[in-house]
Design a protein around this ligand. Structure first.
Ligand code: APR
Ligand code: MG
Ligand code: MG
Length: 196
């Protein structure tokens, strides 16, 4: 286990901790940008109320709900759909860095990944922009992550140069690698370019 990470059980044993759960929803696609650049995969993120990019989800209360049912509840609010999330979708849990030196209770963030098909992703996007209670409030809009790199660095490198909440950027990068959504060499190039 990487440093800062803890198992789901260890995380739940922390009585004074606050918990937040977020999920990366993704799908495969055959679509091509401009009819020639393969999109390959759709990964959903959101533009948050604070102007930062992040994954859908939020604070859960393990004394009243399981992590997964809490995450489903947050998804109903933010995406306008009740998406079932299971323990098998859990990827990792880790301590978030303290938001301020005086903040009393530590936040543990739990990260999930769920594969869907393209039509289900479209349904999520439609609901998020219409029936979701948080639309235009906590969530300004859903965005897809461009996974290709264009000449000059447009695409993934530009996307990664935006600002992200918490460790959402590293959750995205690790998931792309682990699930082989972007070739490691291409990802490395995009990461290097995004830091310029
Ligand atoms: N990785 C790590 N931490 C994250 C991530 C992420 N990918 N996404 C969000 N966080 C942190 C945020 O900084 C926040 O402190 O987790 C916490 C809760 O996540 P939100 O999605 O913001 O929570 P939500 O329950 O949807 O929003 C409710 O939370 O951000 C506050 O005051 C804000 O009223 C809002 C409240
Ligand atoms: Mg929320
Ligand atoms: Mg949220």
């Amino acid at each position: 286990m990487a440093s800062g990470q803890l198992s789901r059980a260890e995380a739940l044993a922390c009585s004074g901790c606050r918990h937040a759960c977020h999920v990366m929803l993704y799908a495969d696609t055959k679509a091509q940008l401009f009819g020639r650049i393969p999109i390959k995969h759709i990964i959903l993120m959101q533009m948050r109320f604070d102007g930062l990019l992040g994954f859908p989800g939020g604070l859960v209360n393990p004394s009243e709900e399981t992590l997964e049912s809490g995450l489903s509840r947050e998804l109903s609010e933010e995406l306008g759909l009740a998406l079932p999330i299971s323990v098998e979708d859990h990827v990792d849990s880790c301590f978030a860095p303290p938001s301020s030196p005086s903040s009393s209770s530590r936040l543990i963030t739990h990260f999930y990944v769920k594969k869907m098909d393209e039509e289900q992703i479209r349904e999520v996007e439609r609901a998020a922009a219409s029936t979701a209670a948080d639309h235009g409030l906590e969530v300004l809009g859903m965005v897809r992550v461009p996974l290709y790199t264009m000449k000059g660095g447009g695409g993934l490198a530009s996307f990664l140069s935006h600002s992200f909440i918490g460790n959402a950027r590293s959750q995205l990068v690790h998931s792309m690698l682990r699930l082989n959504l972007v070739a490691p060499r291409e990802l490395h190039k995009a990461l290097t370019h995004s830091l310029k």
